[in-house]
Design a protein around this ligand. Structure first.
Ligand code: DGL
Length: 274
């Protein structure tokens, strides 16, 4: 039996990734889960993010998914490696779980002339230093500067990303980042929620700086992965269907999720961690 590709996020952010997956790989079926009841993950401890993410991954496995994408930088930073190394080899060795940090780190320095790259992310992602490590792995000469933006996800999740109040926090963190090195010429939005803030971010970022979000990068990387791994691609169903699930209110998810996904959506409620 063929099965959909699982897409996981703490809440709505992964929908910005799913949107690009559907653009680049429209033939596949996708099962999306937002753990909205327990979001945001960005300020939670390593242990908590790991526990929540593993519960979500097990739920995808129970639904039959063979391939799960953690479309959340915080979950990728804090849970992916442990799941890949400690969980999958014990009873799940045919399953694959992939994240969004490595595919982004593989290409981000190609956007930069000065090789000075700024990373805006949640506190969890910044403190994990995953981007510092992964970008240096692929681009030894790159200089990476990070800034945590702890209030950006709550602003977005509460529909305040277009408000005047958002300007203060957007400007503050962009200035903090750029003060670390004025030669930064590329800013990576290393949180899947942040694309909703792009109109505000562009107002505060000098025009010579590139602002890069992850959707297209992750989608191109998954397309390449499926080509290189036909044994995994063959297990994935191709009817162009998407199913949306949330651990919180479906009416909230349908209303707010449509803003992230760019189309109307209809979700189902599920429980995690029971
Ligand atoms: N969308 C998640 C990410 O990419 C973070 C949101 C949260 O803090 O839950 O990091």
């Amino acid at each position: 039996m063929k099965v959909p590709i699982g897409i996981f996020d703490s809440g709505y952010g992964g929908l910005t990734i799913l949107k690009e997956l559907v653009n680049q790989l429209p033939e596949y079926d996708y099962l999306y889960l937002g753990d909205n009841a327990r979001a945001p993950y960005g300020s939670r401890s390593f242990e908590t993010v790991y526990q929540y993410t593993w519960e979500a991954v097990q739920w995808f496995f129970q639904q039959g998914c063979e391939l799960v994408i953690l479309a959340c930088n915080t979950a990728s930073a804090k849970a992916l490696r442990t799941i890949q190394q400690k969980k999958l080899p014990h009873g799940y060795d045919t399953k694959r779980v992939l994240g969004v940090i490595r595919p982004t780190a593989e290409v981000i320095a190609n956007y930069s002339t000065s090789k000075n790259i700024g990373v805006l992310a949640t506190s969890g992602t910044v403190n994990s230093e995953s981007y510092l490590i992964e970008i240096h792995h692929f681009f030894e000469n790159a200089h990476v500067y990070q800034e945590a933006c702890p209030l950006w996800v709550p602003l977005i999740e509460n529909g305040e990303h277009e408000s005047d109040g958002a300007d203060y926090f957007v400007n503050k963190h962009i200035q903090h980042l750029l003060q670390q090195n004025p030669a930064i010429d590329t800013i990576l939005l290393a949180c899947t929620h942040y694309p909703l803030l792009i109109p505000k971010i562009m107002e505060w970022v000098p025009p010579h700086i590139k602002v890069v979000d992850q959707g297209k990068i992750v989608a191109a990387s998954l397309a390449d992965y499926l080509l290189r791994h036909p044994e995994i691609a063959q297990k994935c169903s191709k009817n162009g269907r998407i199913k949306f699930c949330t651990t919180d209110s479906t009416s909230d998810f349908d209303q707010k999720g449509a803003i992230f996904f760019g189309k109307s959506i209809k979700s189902e409620h599920i429980l995690l961690g029971q």
